[in-house]
Design a protein around this ligand. Structure first.
Ligand SMILES: Nc1ncnc2c1ncn2[C@@H]1O[C@H](COP(=O)(O)OP(=O)(O)OP(=O)(O)O)[C@@H](O)[C@H]1O
Ligand SMILES: [Mg+2]
Length: 258
């Protein structure tokens, strides 16, 4: 088997907060192959972002090993906070290309405009500053910026959280397309389990710093072994009006998404 693009082994990360020690990541191991979309799900505070931040080198782990055989870019969970408010959308998208000295000025501008289109934004937004954009528009600028240098691995921390369902699908389809066309891999962190199931071949489920489940998406979702995964699956709403009308209760259960 080919060497994975990313391999994380026995990752440990603790934080000191208010005098108490928080074991944010406690022995997490997984790998992502080239051209693979790997989903990381789990309750709030379970350590998902910390895993991504450790992979990106933004957190220094106390233990474990991370091996990455390629380039990466990160979409931060707080997309708006990750954008310099003094730079226009076009400058923000071009910045990674400027740093990497990719192409000439005109080429970079053209690439920025192409990316604006790919994330569903019009070219007229190229000159806007983040403060003049909606939360969803800022999030899409963050996606475009991360994709600009064509990374081998995209660390996508809730990349579509503040987007409506159609734009969310557009972004996920874009990831699938880039995997198909360029062999890009994605670590997709999301609370949207339905979306993760749709696009990721394998998933890991985190709880309290540990990976409680790891495997093929169909296997994990079809036969969840851990009670937490079962609870997570049961909490996914089903968009089935008949089911809703018949029961009179909000729809629950995940089978319809398969
Ligand atoms: N810089 C930090 N200092 C102190 N504690 C931190 C820091 N970053 C994360 N933590 C703690 O580590 C734990 C894991 O946080 P993390 O942000 O990784 O969770 P998460 O799974 O991404 O949650 P969410 O789904 O809400 O984004 C939490 O208890 C959090 O409070
Ligand atoms: Mg997070």
């Amino acid at each position: 088997m080919d060497e994975p693009l990313l391999s994380v082994c026995g990752l440990q990360k603790r934080f000191l907060s208010g005098g108490a020690e928080i074991h944010a990541v406690d022995g997490v191991s997984f790998s992502i192959g080239r051209g693979e979309l790997f989903g990381l799900v789990g309750e709030s505070g379970s350590g998902k972002s910390t895993v991504a931040r450790c992979v990106a080198g933004l957190c220094r782990p106390e233990g474990g090993e991370i091996r990455l055989a390629g380039s990466f870019q990160m979409i931060f969970q707080d997309a708006s906070g990750s954008l310099n408010p003094r730079m226009t959308a076009e400058e923000l998208i071009c910045e990674p290309l400027d740093i990497l000295r990719r192409g000439g000025r005109a080429e970079r501008r053209e690439r920025a405009r192409e990316l604006l289109g790919l994330v569903g934004l019009g070219e007229e937004l190229a000159g806007c500053f983040p403060g003049g954009l909606s939360g969803g528009q800022q999030q899409r600028i963050a996606v475009a910026r991360a994709l600009a240098p064509d990374p081998d691995l995209l660390l996508a921390d809730e990349p579509a959280a503040s987007l409506d369902m159609s734009v969310r699908a557009q972004i996920l389809n874009l990831f699938l397309r880039l995997r198909r066309e360029r062999g890009m891999s994605v670590l997709l962190i999301s609370h949207d389990l339905a979306a993760v199931r749709r696009v990721c071949g394998r998933i890991g489920v985190m709880r309290a710093g540990k990976l409680v489940e790891l495997g093929e998406t169909a296997e994990v979702c079809g036969r969840p072994r851990h009670p937490y995964t079962q609870a997570l699956l049961e909490a996914v709403p089903v968009p089935d009006p008949d089911c809703y009308r018949a029961s009179g209760r909000p729809p629950r259960g995940a089978a319809v998404w398969l």
